[in-house]
Design a protein around this ligand. Sequence first.
Ligand code: NAP
Length: 259
Amino acid sequence: MDLGIKGKRALVCASSKGLGLGCAEALAAAGVDLVMNARGSEALEASADRIRAEHSVQVQTIACDVTSAEGQAQAIEAAQGVDILVTNAGGPPPGLWSDWDRDDFIKALDSNMLTPIAFMKALLPGMMDKGWGRVVNITSQSVRAPIPALGLSNAARTGLTGYVAGTARQVAPKGVTINNLLPGIHATDRADSLDGGVAAQRGISMDEARAERAATIPARRYGTREEFGAACAFLCSQNAGFIVGQNILLDGGATNLTM
Ligand code: NAP
């Protein structure tokens, strides 16, 4: 399918691996030039080189922590004039409701709520001036149904969701859409780390932990970064201009909801 976005330019935050990389790859396959980002430069440069070779698009890399003020300034400067913004960052650690103090909450809010808001505030005006833009925030299934051990994530991402719900309606008249993609479990390093925690806690192997979790998903498997990226690229396409302020679950049916 021609997504109609060849020649556009996108900033994809936290995109050397995992879901962010899936989004970068799918946008590049649609002919979009990229600004890619991660903290570590080795995987970032390797992914950028592969994307340039496979898709013949321009890829600029910015190695920085997007949750820090300096990192945000660097990435935003490189991304001036982008048509598409995909926000993403690592997720907060798991724990028990009583584990976290104020500093833990501030850190989670900074990473998973205030960072995407800072990127939107900086880059939406340029999109609105052009009369066209697309923002996709990578959040989590935890905003539809809480994951008890991920209380920091539940809290911060739900705050972002509330912000997007109002803001998407304010920028839509200018041809700019903002939507959230809500991953359920996908086969990435993040999933390995969560499964590793379960395996260690329960004294089972990683394969057993994965198989147990896959068995709870109606699709009976984890999602892939390619599937996730394809959904992101569709939301960034010309065809998706009437999809505004939505929260789209990609979870193999895991969240047991009628609507
Ligand atoms: P991942 O496989 O661990 O990849 C994370 C990517 O983000 C890497 O490229 C990493 O590179 C980069 N990154 C992390 N923190 C960063 C920061 N502060 N600044 C810049 N880059 C950063 O993670 P993932 O599975 O793709 O998850 C992406 C997001 O989706 C996370 O917030 C996660 O909580 C959420 N999520 C994932 C799942 C899942 O099943 N995978 C489910 C629900 C929600 P560097 O380490 O080099 O910076």
